[in-house]
Every structure is written in structure tokens, then in C-alpha cells.
Design a protein around this ligand. Structure first.
Ligand SMILES: C[S@@+](CC[C@H](N)C(=O)[O-])C[C@H]1O[C@@H](n2cnc3c(N)ncnc32)[C@H](O)[C@@H]1O
Length: 261
């Protein structure tokens, strides 16, 4: 990996130019006016380029022709089902209640964070951590600007507070029992190619598996429970208190908070 910085550019339209300049100032990254140049030419030796478009923010990794953009993925149909009373396994595993304070320690595309944010309602607080800067920036921008045409879903998106952080570092410094629920959905060591939704994210994501030490930290910081999405036989962190099957054949491993066990 190169030490050269990420860059921010626009689409040569005045509105996107202004937004790109603001974003560059906010993120302390260099702004390069587009001036008709191709993404490949702009990428040069950088770590990648953010392109502020009219409706979205795109990120191009060096050598990649495909952009990473925000999309709510499965979250909208899941929320639609849950609002009709069809149980969502994540909401069941987390046993979320209105007004809960929830930490999503692995934001990714933010689909699970959005379902959780909807579940805890406007009195709740959803903090989401993402260690990959391109993912954190693109998804944070999408959660601010995406229009789903459903006011409650847009409001749930806007309430999510995204931080670019390593959850290990965050949890080490967090107060005990300061979140009702902590949720992890780490990358798979052996990718499941069936999961097309995760494909654009894979090249940019932090691939490290969840360690037993991090789970122990999370059980200290959680007031009620820690939930980890993984294969059923993932036993390297000890036995979960409950297993709940996801729609895709994986499992939510539910661990009680340290103060409750
Ligand atoms: C499988 S994805 C999460 C998908 C997410 N649940 C969703 O609904 O879109 C895992 C994400 O966790 C991030 N991640 C991995 N390790 C991390 C860490 N130590 N701190 C913060 N984020 C991390 C990865 O970069 C990746 O974006």
C-alpha cells in the first residue's frame, strides 16, 4: 500500500465542485479540480479518489473501473417486513427496545445499522464504527443524502452517527456498560461468493476476523448483550448463550453482557 493520500474531485459541475471542496476541507484531504481528467489520470500514485457526484459520492480504488457507492441494500425490504410484523432475525437476536443505545462495530454498507436504527426509534442512539476510510466516508455521505421516499427510513438513516475508527481501539477506551447492545458482522475469512451484496465492499474492507479479546472487551462495554454474525461452528470465542439463524443461513451468536453473566 502506498502512503500517498486519498484525493477528492468533482464532476466539473459547479455544485459538485463546491461540495468537493467542502468535503476536502472537512476530511483534511487534497482537492483536485476535475478539469476533464479521467479517474485513472487523477488516481496517479494516490490511494484512491473520491468523486463528488450530483446525487452520491463515489470512490475509485487505484486500477479499479468500478466505483463504490452507497446503497441501502437489503435494509429497506427488511424494515418494510418488520413494520408489517414479520420478525427480522437481527432485531430478534438483539432484542432491541425503543430508546436503546446501540453500537454497530462493523458498519460496512450500513444495512444492519439502518435496521437497528429503525428498531430503536428516534429516542434511541446508533453509533457505527468503520475502520476503512473509503467505506466510512461513502456510507456516511449516503446515510446523510440517500432519499428512499419513506420519511421514517430516511430519518433512521440520518440518525446513524458514523465514526472512522477501529472497534478494538474504541472498545478499549469505552466505559463499562455504556451501550445496551453491541453488534459485530466481521468479514469472512473464507468469503461466501453467494453474497453479492458484499462484493463491492470486499476490496476496501478491513479483513481481520473478530478476536476473543475484542469480544471480551465488548462484553464489558455492553449493558445487555453482544451479538456476532458468523457461521454456526464459529466457536473460537467460546460458546454463545443463544444462536439465531439469519435469512442467509448464517447465525447471530448472542452473548450476555459480562455484568449479567
Ligand atoms: C461484513 S461487513 C459489515 C456489513 C454490515 N453489517 C452491513 O449490513 O452492511 C464488515 C465491515 O466491518 C469493517 N471492519 C472490520 N474490522 C473492523 C474494525 N476493527 N473496526 C471497525 N470496522 C471494522 C470492515 O471494513 C467492513 O466494512
Amino acid at each position: 500500500m502506498t502512503d500517498a493520500p486519498y484525493l477528492i474531485t468533482d464532476t466539473d459541475r459547479s455544485e459538485t465542485r463546491e461540495r468537493a471542496q467542502q468535503m476536502a476541507a472537512l476530511l483534511h484531504l487534497p482537492y483536485l479540480p476535475r478539469q476533464g481528467r479521467s479517474i485513472a489520470a487523477l488516481c496517479g500514485t494516490s490511494r484512491g479518489v473520491f468523486v463528488v457526484e450530483q446525487k452520491a459520492l463515489a470512490f475509485y480504488a487505484p486500477g479499479s473501473k468500478t466505483a463504490f457507492r452507497y446503497h441501502p441494500s437489503s435494509a429497506i425490504p427488511r424494515i418494510r417486513d418488520a413494520s408489517k410484523g414479520i420478525a427480522d432475525p437481527l432485531l430478534v437476536a438483539c432484542e432491541v427496545q425503543k430508546g436503546d443505545r446501540v453500537l454497530d462495530a462493523t458498519l460496512g454498507l450500513g444495512a444492519d445499522a439502518l435496521v437497528l436504527s429503525w428498531g430503536i426509534g428516534e429516542e434511541g442512539e446508533l453509533i457505527a464504527l468503520e475502520h476503512s476510510l473509503p467505506i466510512a466516508v461513502v456510507v456516511c455521505d449516503g446515510l446523510r443524502r440517500y432519499q428512499s421516499n419513506r420519511a421514517t427510513i430516511d430519518a433512521a438513516m440520518r440518525r446513524i452517527r458514523v465514526f472512522h475508527a477501529d472497534h478494538r481501539h474504541f472498545l478499549r477506551h469505552a466505559e463499562s456498560s455504556s451501550f445496551d447492545i453491541i453488534y459485530f458482522d466481521p468479514m469472512f475469512v473464507h468469503p461466501r461468493y453467494a453474497s453479492a451484496g458484499i462484493a463491492p465492499l470486499r476490496a476496501l474492507a478491513d479483513p481481520r476476523p473478530l478476536s476473543g479479546d475484542t469480544l471480551a472487551l465488548a462484553r464489558r462495554v455492553a449493558r445487555r448483550r453482544v451479538v456476532v454474525k458468523a457461521e454456526a461452528e464459529q466457536v473460537c470465542w467460546g460458546k454463545a448463550d443463544r444462536l439465531i439463524r439469519t435469512h442467509s443461513g448464517l447465525y447471530y451468536h448472542v452473548f450476555e453482557a459480562a455484568s449479567r453473566s
